[in-house]
Design a protein. Structure first.
Length: 87
């Protein structure tokens, strides 16, 4: 089932949307609907991963790594003497 949603966008965005719709032979509604669906899907996934990570971090046996150790590990990537990841 489809429903109608009314939104406000500025003139410049509307013009860009119209050009994109014309160039892709798609309707503006199709492009906006697709963009909204992709945005929701990506954000739902990200929020769920954040919730899982916070739950894991809240466990009594959670282990944390100091920022400085992670930064040093990342800085060593690609060098001959690359350090092992922090534990």
């Amino acid at each position: 089932m489809n429903t109608t949603l009314t939104i406000r966008i500025d003139d410049k965005t509307k013009q860009k949307l119209e050009r994109l719709a014309s160039a892709t032979a798609r309707s503006k509604s199709y492009l906006v609907s697709t963009a909204i669906n992709e945005f929701i899907e990506a954000n739902e996934w990200q929020i769920q991963e954040i919730i899982k990570a916070v739950k894991k971090a809240d466990l009594p046996d959670a282990k944390f790594i100091d920022h400085e150790d992670v930064a040093a590990w990342l800085d060593s990537w690609g060098t001959k003497n690359a350090k092992k990841p922090p534990k």
